[in-house]
Ligand binder design. Structure first.
Ligand code: GCU
Length: 416
């Protein structure tokens, strides 16, 4: 018994040392050479040649990502109902703000916020999860305070990780409702924590546990990213029923960890007209094999709940994975994809994010579309690419007015 305890304490302290010892690599010359798998290569070694053959190949990859990285995506359909909680005129009458309660499987409620331009025709919308509660996206007092756990915890806006009155509008700059409305777009958002609180035991109070029976999946068969992505896709089921919304023009976006969830959601659900990854980094758009900035080891240690439990086994063995981020991104093809980085956010590995997008090219080409093509890594604030577009802007880890100007422009050109 004593020996076991000593061994355990050695293991615990080794783990703690390893945590402390992590030093992110920011030196391009220290990246070990690697070869990226070909998205078009079938398990039997042959290369697919047509867009028609992509359907099966895409399913093959989805299966691999389920098995190794994000866990199973629930396939069972569940009943849904919704209720309008409030409807308010905002932005000097230019928009209507809706708060809906969406009930999943008759037992699980989430709160959806919608801001839609007041026009007579159906409108395209952007949809994305928020980190710290719907009330953080705008100052409007009609938005209910999010009552579950959030990762925000700075007083006085949040106390014990719960949003207070002072948190209203705290992240409005990340949502830019005024800009979107002026451009003719609506915006839909839900707190990620409404599907699963962002902490290692968050699954206990989220859809992975409370809907386990209805979905036919145990909590440990999938992940927080899976729960967030699934939640987004269920919200699309609901948006399809809202007459003011043009369900053929729903553009999915996500920042950072929620960018990872957005990519996984968009890979699984082809109803999104386009997908936007804003600084999604490791586990998102960035090539893991580069081991630059945050890496697979670090992310699966810091945030074990984000991924399927076995994913951590590939830490420093990224070459053994049959895929990398470019294949995940290629599952969005042929739909337009925007990948954005910030120069002050090296943790997310901007060059790795660019490479992820660029290496998805063969799949876009199958559909006769060009993505990032042969573009070089661009200068600051200079978007490049067509169906796959990329920018690196000045500034830090964030999603700001500059980013939104590019996304609106991208949507105007490719979606409207
Ligand atoms: C951490 C984490 C990233 C994540 C980011 C965020 O920095 O390491 O992987 O993208 O948080 O969500 O803001």
């Amino acid at each position: 018994m004593k020996k076991i305890l000593t061994l355990l304490s050695i293991l615990v302290s080794m783990h703690a040392m390893a945590q402390q010892a992590f030093v992110a690599n920011y030196d391009e010359s220290k990246i070990a050479p690697f070869t990226l798998p070909n998205p078009l290569q079938k398990p039997d070694g042959t290369i697919i040649q047509s867009a028609k053959a992509w359907g099966n190949q895409r399913n093959y990859w989805l299966g691999k990502y389920e098995q190794m990285m994000f866990g199973k995506m629930p396939k069972k359909k569940i009943a849904q109902s919704y209720q309008l909680i409030s409807q308010t005129d905002i932005l000097q009458g230019k928009a209507t703000q809706y708060v809906w309660k969406l009930t999943l499987a008759g037992i699980y409620d989430v709160t959806v916020l919608g801001v839609l331009p007041k026009v007579k025709t159906k409108v395209p919308v952007f949809i994305g999860l928020n980190f710290c509660g719907n009330q953080t996206t705008s100052n409007d007092p009609n938005i209910p305070l999010f009552e579950k756990y959030t990762v925000c915890n700075n007083k006085p806006a949040y106390i014990n990780n719960k949003g207070q009155e002072e948190s209203r509008g705290a992240w409005a700059s990340r949502w830019q409702f005024e800009k979107l409305i002026a451009a003719g777009y609506g915006s839909i958002t839900i707190a990620c924590g409404d599907f699963e609180e962002d902490k290692p035991d968050g699954y206990l109070t989220g859809v992975r546990t409370l809907l386990a029976k209805e979905l036919g999946l145990q909590a440990d068969e999938w992940s927080a990213n899976g729960a967030w992505a699934w939640g987004l896709n269920r919200t699309v089921d609901f948006l399809e029923k809202i007459p003011q919304i043009d369900a053929k023009r729903i553009i999915l976006h996500g920042h950072s960890r929620l960018g990872k969830a957005a990519i996984w959601a968009g890979a699984n659900d082809s109803r999104y007209a386009a997908v936007i990854s804003n600084e999604s980094g490791e586990g998102g758009a960035a090539i893991s094999r580069r081991n630059y900035g945050e890496n697979l080891w670090r992310i699966t240690n810091s945030f074990p709940h984000w991924f399927y439990k076995d994913y951590k086994n590939y830490a420093y063995k990224e070459n053994e994975l049959p895929f990398d981020s470019h294949i995940l991104l290629s599952l969005i093809a042929p739909r337009p994809l925007y990948i954005a980085s910030a120069v002050g956010d090296q943790w997310s590995d901007p060059k790795g994010e660019f490479m992820g997008g660029q290496q998805a090219e063969p799949v876009y080409q199958l559909f006769g579309k060009s993505g990032l093509g042969k573009n070089e890594f661009p200068a600051l604030n200079t978007p490049v690419g067509q169906h796959v577009r990329y920018h690196i802007r000045e500034g830090n880890h964030d999603i700001n007015a500059y980013d939104w100007d590019q996304y609106i422009d991208f949507a105007n050109k490719l979606i409207k």
